[in-house]
Design a protein. Sequence first.
Length: 296
Amino acid sequence: MTTQQSRVWFITGCSTGFGRALTEAVLERDEIVVATARQPDKLNDLVLQYGVGQSPAEGTRILALPLDVTKSSDIQTAVSQAIATFGRIDVLVNNAGYGVFGAVEEVSDADVRRQFETNVYGALNVTRAVLPHLRRQRSGHILNISSSGGFIGFAGAGIYCASKFALEGWSEALAKEVASLGIHVTIIEPGAFRTAFNGTFVSPNQSIDDYATTSGQMLQWLQQMNGQQPGDPHKAAIAMIQAVNHPNPPLRLVLGADTLDAVYAKLEAVATDLADWKNISINTAFDGVAVSAIGG
């Protein structure tokens, strides 16, 4: 990887939330950002502040580009422009995404597909477009913005969680595939942060009364927490930069005490199930076939 001053970050979904906070934090550290968004004009203030004439080397430290991650042509154009302008990409941040909420039975087929097109296929296709350049460099770091819902399934968030579980699945596999090539992968799992997320989620057109006390309560909580979330997006951005700067970055970086508590609770629940059902789990082999399980 290049020196910290000349690192090139390629970030999706930069107009608001974590993408905007991370773009600002990286620019404040004299690094370079290819800031992409469906509406790149929302980044005009940053372009004016950090644009032409601000960098001693390339003449600019921010390149704002249009990018809808569900469009392959947008992805290829944006990645090509980034390489043509700066010659490399050092850090890819797949941040673009949104949430579909409601009971699994309530969410329409169309909303399920749109959720996966953005949160799963969008991030996957951007990553696959950038990987040849990272392999050529034999260096790089990929940050995939997941969620507490990428590790824990919550009532009322089944489709959103499914998309983030899928993101984490291929991210974990990718980390093993590219480790020998000098490329790191880190999954970011934020909890409740004060972004626009709670005010922009998609909910079902029609609700089912039987889910009022489960998924219905999740929707109420999201609305009530909007603007009251404890997490500071700027501090989240600093934490991500710290992970990228670390010589041994984590596969998963949990952000927020709320998520940390929830992850610990799930790990304890999984450990309990494993212990309680261990004998049934291991007694499924053909007779006489050697089996092994931790603890004998």
